[in-house]
Design a protein around this ligand. Structure first.
Ligand code: NAD
Ligand code: MG
Length: 391
């Protein structure tokens, strides 16, 4: 019996994770569940999964919650605030921590999990974009098993040689090819894209996800963040990372080897597939996802990504090549611009404009080499983004 903690349990990845976990009560026992402020949903999850610990973000969310838990017969300890969340995430010896908090808020707890847990199931791509080198060092030091949950990276992980073979994948691989659905605006004109509303941006054709990543998929920033994520996860130089648009989202990514072989991982677009892979690794178990019907899918299409209509992908490539603190700056600017777009304060095209202005203003900052440095650079970039919006 393994223990699992789910950070960001009330979100979309949290839902899919707990769905898979509940199919395997003989394999997994839930240790901790975290939420930001959605205590109603956390209460429902606590009744269903009986964790030992629950975490919420602040005293306001916690007020009255303990009494509601006890009234519902839940005995779990309640942790409150970011510091206690980090403690919960870093509890030594937990078998698996699902890192599924969205954005920079996930960095400190994900890093703590990399130091304390036996394995980290990584969904929170922003944390590795912000602090890839720091994260890598923490993983090497603790010996944690890092399992990618992002569907593209999970696909690549499945297509790479098993680490146990000792094959040097950097020498064997020519390219990693990340597939992208193209998002809801793939076929739209620049004028229509510029006028897009939050509702349109969040209506993804293939995946049902949280609002922030949905907007990132619409701008293609998500694919850009994923390029940087792949660079760190697979220790690959930027020239060997490619993106291809594949609207059906059936091929989740590919690995091209130096001999010309291309391996792909296929499946229905449902996050329970990569989540079940990471939960069962190195074994396999049921994810609840139905068989892939290739005849029903019919045609698989591929296109070149268009960085003119989707400049965020270009910005992410530039930040990836620049390295150092640039990915952290881009991520911070993007979190601010996307939130302001969702709140109706800026337009869709402003997201890329603000992100570019912040990247340009900060030049090429050095890679932050501690959590405090990373958060300081993140804060500086956020401030600049807010100033862009106010101007
Ligand atoms: P979501 O918005 O549905 O859920 C986010 C979770 O984080 C919630 O549980 C929320 O309570 C928690 N949270 C938000 N702000 C917080 C804060 N300040 N402190 C503590 N907790 C906080 O998002 P999601 O779609 O589940 O995505 C989660 C992460 O997984 C993101 O990094 C995303 O990029 C990544 N991811 C998601 C998908 C997907 O299909 N949804 C696929 C690949 C990767
Ligand atoms: Mg992805």
């Amino acid at each position: 019996m393994k223990t699992i903690s789910v950070l960001g349990a009330t979100g979309s990845i949290g839902d899919s994770t707990l769905d898979v976990v509940a199919r395997h009560p003989d394999r997994y026992r839930v240790h901790a569940l975290s939420a930001h402020r959605n205590v109603d949903k956390l209460l429902t999850l606590a009744v269903r999964h009986r964790p030992e610990v629950l975490a919420v973000s602040d005293a306001q969310a916690a007020a009255g919650f303990e009494a509601r838990l006890r009234a519902a017969g839940v005995t779990a300890r309640l942790a409150v605030g970011p510091d206690e969340l980090v403690e919960v995430a870093g509890t030594p010896g937990i078998d698996a921590v699902m890192a599924a908090i969205v954005g920079a808020a996930g960095l400190a707890p994900t890093l703590a999990a990399a130091r304390g847990a036996r394995s980290v199931l990584l969904a929170n791509k922003e944390s590795i974009v912000m602090a890839g080198a720091l994260f890598g060092a923490a993983c090497r030091q603790s010996g944690v098993t890092l399992l990618p949950v992002d569907s593209e990276h999970n696909a690549i992980f499945q297509c790479l040689p098993d680490r146990a073979t000792g094959v040097d994948s950097r020498r064997a691989v020519r390219r990693l090819i990340l597939t992208a659905s193209g998002g809801p605006f793939r076929t739209w004109t620049p004028e229509r894209i510029a006028a897009a509303t939050p509702e349109q941006a969040c209506k993804h054709p293939k995946w049902s996800m949280g609002r922030k990543i949905s907007v990132d998929s619409a701008t293609l920033m998500n694919k850009g963040l994923e390029l940087i994520e792949a660079q760190f996860l697979f220790d690959m130089p930027s020239e060997q990372l490619d993106v291809i648009i594949h609207p059906q989202s059936i091929i989740h990514s590919m690995v091209e080897y130096v001999d010309g072989s291309v391996l792909a991982q296929l499946g229905n677009p449902d996050m329970r597939v990569p989540i079940a892979h990471a939960l069962a690794y190195p074994e396999r178990f049921d994810s609840g996802v139905s068989s892939l019907d290739l005849v029903a899918a019919g045609t698989l299409q591929f296109e070149e990504p268009d960085e003119t209509r989707f400049p965020c992908l270009r910005l992410a490539r530039e930040a990836m090549r620049a390295g150092g603190g640039a990915p952290c700056v881009l991520n911070a600017a993007n979190e601010v611009s996307v939130q302001n777009f969702l709140d109706g304060r800026v337009g869709f095209a402003d997201i890329a404009r603000i992100n570019e202005a912040v990247l340009t203003a900060l030049g090429n900052p050095a890679a932050p080499d501690s959590l405090a440095d990373t958060l300081a650079l993140d804060a500086t970039a956020r401030l600049l983004a807010e100033q862009q919006i106010a101007a």
